[in-house]
Design a protein around this ligand. Structure first.
Ligand code: TRP
Ligand code: ZN
Length: 869
């Protein structure tokens, strides 16, 4: 009989019956049989049995207070249940594990030649039997034994306290972490690395040793990560008043990693993608990504580690808050407007789709089968939006007061999202009762806007209403507390002071009911409303702006984000019309006003990075978000048509701008130069059609990966004759470097040519490709399925069948990555019925797999339910 995996519910939370105050771990590392001895001090704190989590472990011995103990059994949940234990005792457990066979990259595994661990969320139970839950905080002492020649570095959390030589070429190192922590923050690394060392003096004068471990030969790619770390440490002191607490901070870069990075106390483990970079191997956006992720993991030291989550349903407590902090870090160091735009593009292109799909959940989920499936855009990115709204409602000062109270109250504890909001409310005096609904209600709210101008009384009435469409997980929706930041623009583009009943009011309106209106007085002419400045809430805006009004906003709004947003709306408006035109079998045309709007943007002087964003069309997935039914082919055709028409009509203007960018770029990594390169990259893609020679020239003569990649992208897009030669050259140069080849794999997976799937299949046998490496899989297979919609959704179902094959294979080796790659196959509700039928067939095939993982089961089961409803 096949057992269906069981869900856990947030409402069922119960504190543990026992806690573990301290644990001493001993590792004898070996690829096939690593021996782990765990000596824990266990203490009863409530009624109930002692049930230890454990998975894929071989139990060698179990002792209580030094005596062999055998009164245990495996319960229905697969835990080890110990019958009748003392109130307080020492538990010694010896287990054996096989890191070399661990392809799931959870628990202890081998990344190349190095051992490393990944314990969040529930990976520690693959190392030893333990109370593997975040509300059990223990002090860890870890001793690692391994052959010295191959593993000169033996690392774990905290401070190195002892070391020595053993027999047969072994050596050992002992680490002690003075801060009690949950098991998910445990880490161990053993290997041979190059080491970059630096130091940071905290504002109270303590010196912290900074160590960055990279694969041998990679020191010339470590500078930026180290600089980002020092910037993050200084920024957290300045903006949040938070200082680092250990004497050492270590970061290890590994090639095999399921996610971006992991905040283990004092010993971060990073996907090498978020560490290794120099100008020849990495693009500017890679550099920015490194800054953000290094910051993110560092900021977890307070928001996550010192104060952690009571249970995994509270994940957004640490992730939403830490994403907010890393976004603020990037915005303070770089361009605030451009950062905001990039974050909103992710929300609209992907998080809104999650809300509309079968996996919809609130930022604090209520029901989980596999926790790994809830490291989502909703928990992270929407979670950060919720913190950002709090920041908007409270203001920086009161928000920081709230943070201080939160830290003071809960340092050293495992707490809930409610505890966080309570600290914010208590410190600020702002009533957050209604606001808390953002934590429990899923879905993307729709805010509608309408207005009425009364010329005689110079009054403008603005009416806002809200509704949240039903989601797969929740039928009933209630009004939320939505901050809507507005500006009123006069006909000549001036900002009209906001006044109600003669008194000046804040631009942030509090929409708390289903429908509300505001009457602004002293409004001299009919205004144009700029709504959702800086995207003040994660909602969809419904309005009936005319093209002229949107253009007025693009030209005059004081908020940069709002100008960009209006530009997006103009494109979306045209796209919606264009898709209708195509479906009616008619000819597309671009209105002259649209061309001249783009022309005026090309010629205006403004921040280069911002201009690049204004000139970038919404992606196919962002566009899909604005349609109720998604016609993949029509959207792609219309988008191409718009792009190519702009390229043709504005060729001379793009050429001139490209020259200007070249002139300004001093090729440094400062934000101004990055902006010029981003803008140049946009120009190059438009210019690819008319100037293939320019593209080849940039590719051959620039020393920067940013430019080379822009040239390759342009060559791809315009299908220039030299394209294959350029790709061949890149392959020749970088084939021994997986990270650099990832860019090459992705570009090929995203091509628009009929045989692209065949090419992707061929590339899976390329010597640089490895099925077991998640970065390679994502860059080739992931890019094809998620970023090449017209070919993934090919009408013959070949794309779906391909992903089905991949998932079948990955289900047994790395279910966590499988469950991430499946996304484009489950967010399919808006597709036509012929495609849905093909998708259902693939999903049913997966559901029938004899050993289907919990990870895939949860998603496939929900996707089928949504498609067949
Ligand atoms: N906590 C990590 C972060 O947000 C991410 C993470 C969660 C993770 N689960 C993981 C990383 C599994 C690697 C593998 O920074
Ligand atoms: Zn995180």
């Amino acid at each position: 009989m096949i057992m269906q995996p069981k869900a856990k519910f947030r409402a069922d939370y119960q504190g543990p019956a026992f806690t573990i105050d301290s644990v001493a771990l001993d590792f004898y590392l070996d690829p096939a049989s690593t021996r782990v001895t765990a000596r824990s001090l266990v203490r009863r704190i409530a009624d109930g049995p002692l049930c230890l989590d454990g998975e894929q472990l071989q139990l060698l011995s179990l002792k209580i207070d030094g005596q062999d103990y055998s009164e245990f059994e495996h319960n229905a949940q697969g835990q080890l249940e110990l019958k009748s234990v003392p109130e307080q005792f020492e538990l010694e457990i010896v287990t054996e594990i096989a890191p070399a066979e661990n392809k799931a990259l959870e628990g202890l595994y081998l990344s190349g030649d190095a051992y490393c661990t990944q314990c969040e969320a529930e990976g520690f139970r693959r190392i030893t039997y333990f109370l593997d839950r975040p509300d059990v905080l223990a002090k860890y002492t870890t001793t690692v034994h391994a052959p010295k020649a191959n593993f000169p570095f033996l690392l774990s959390n905290g401070n190195k306290v002892d070391s020595g030589e053993g027999e047969n070429g072994y050596h050992w190192v002992r680490w002690e972490d003075p801060f009690p922590k949950p098991s998910y923050l445990f880490a161990l690394v053993a290997g041979d690395f190059d080491l970059m060392e630096d130091s940071f003096t905290t504002r109270s004068g303590r010196e912290v040793a900074l160590q960055l471990f990279v694969d041998r030969g990679n020191l010339d790619r470590a500078d930026h990560a180290m600089l980002s770390l020092k910037n993050a440490m200084a920024w957290d002191e300045q903006r949040f008043g938070l200082e680092y607490d250990l004497d050492i901070y270590m970061i290890v870069a590994v090639d095999f990693f399921n996610m971006g990075a992991m905040e283990n106390k004092g010993l971060n483990v990073f996907n090498s993608k978020y560490v290794l970079a120099n100008k020849a191997t990495a693009t500017d956006s890679d550099f920015l990504g490194i800054e953000a992720v290094i910051g993110h993991e560092y900021f977890h030291n307070w928001t996550g580690n010192r104060i952690t989550c009571r249970d995994w349903f509270q994940l957004s407590l640490k992730e939403g808050l830490t994403v907010f902090r890393d976004q603020e870090f990037s915005s303070d160091l770089g361009s605030r407007a451009v950062n905001r735009i990039k974050n909103v593009r992710i929300l609209r292109g992907h998080q809104f789709a999650e809300d509309a799909g079968p996996m919809a959940h609130p930022i604090r989920p209520d029901k989980v089968i596999e926790m790994n499936n809830f490291y989502t855009l909703t928990v992270y990115e929407k979670g950060s939006e919720v913190i950002r709204m709090l920041h908007t409602l409270l203001g920086e000062q009161a928000f920081q007061k709230g943070m201080q109270l939160y830290v003071k109250r809960h340092d050293g504890q495992a707490v809930t999202c409610d505890d966080f909001v309570a600290a914010m409310q208590d410190a600020s005096g702002v009533d957050l009762t209604l606001f808390k609904r953002w934590y429990s209600q899923s879905g993307t709210p729709v805010v509608s806007l309408s207005g009425h101008y009364d010329l005689a009384n110079k009054r403008y009435t603005l009416e806002l209403s809200q509704r949240t469409p039903v989601t797969a997980d929740q039928q009933d929706k209630l009004p939320l507390h939505i901050p809507v930041s507005i500006e009123l623009l006069s006909a000549d583009g001036e900002s009209i002071p906001l006044s109600v009943d003669g008194a000046e009011v804040s631009p942030v309106l509090h929409l708390t009911e289903e429908r509300q209106s505001w009457e602004f007085d002293n409004v001299g002419s009919k205004p144009v409303v700029v709504a959702l400045q800086d995207f003040s809430a994660p909602v969809r805006l419904e309005s009936n702006y005319s093209f002229a009004e949107l253009m007025h906003i693009v030209e005059h709004a004081h908020n940069s984000f709002a100008r960009w947003d209006a530009m997006q709306s103009i494109v979306v408006m045209w796209m919606q019309e264009a898709v209708g035109v195509l479906q009616a079998g008619e000819q597309l045309r671009i209105p002259a006003e649209l061309i001249s709007l783009v022309e005026s943007i090309l010629q205006q002087s403004m921040d280069a990075a911002f201009k690049a964003e204004l000139l970038t069309l919404p992606s196919e997935s962002e566009l899909a978000d604005s349609f109720d039914e998604v016609d993949i082919d029509a959207i792609a055709t219309a988008r191409d048509f718009l792009f190519e028409s702009l390229a043709e009509s504005l060729d001379a203007q793009f050429e001139q701008l490209e020259l200007e960018c070249q002139k300004h770029d001093q090729q440094s990594l400062n934000h101004a130069d990055m902006g010029w390169r981003a803008l140049r990259g946009v120009c190059l893609v438009y210019l690819g059609f008319s100037k293939p020679g320019l593209i080849v020239d940039v590719y051959q003569n620039s020393h920067l990966m940013t430019d080379k990649l822009a040239a390759l992208g342009a060559a791809n897009r315009a299908k220039i004759a030299e394209r294959d030669a350029m790709f061949g050259d890149y392959e020749q140069q970088w084939q021994h470097d997986g990270l650099v080849m990832d860019k090459w794999f992705s570009l090929q997976a995203c091509q628009h040519r009929d045989d692209v799937l065949l090419r992707v299949r061929e590339l899976m046998s390329h010597p640089s490709f490895s099925f077991d490496n998640p970065n390679r899989l994502r860059s080739l297979v992931g890019a094809f399925c998620a970023a090449n919609p017209r070919h993934f959704h090919a009408k013959d179902g070949s794309g779906y069948a391909f992903l089905g094959e991949i998932l079948t294979r990955l289900n047994s080796s790395n279910p966590q990555v499988a469950a991430r790659l499946i996304t484009p196959l489950i967010q399919t509700k808006k597709l036509d019925s012929a495609r849905k039928t093909l998708i259902i067939k693939q999903l049913k095939k997966l559901l029938a797999l004899p050993d289907l993982s919990k990870d895939l089961f949860e998603k496939v089961d929900k996707a089928l339910a949504q498609l067949q409803e």
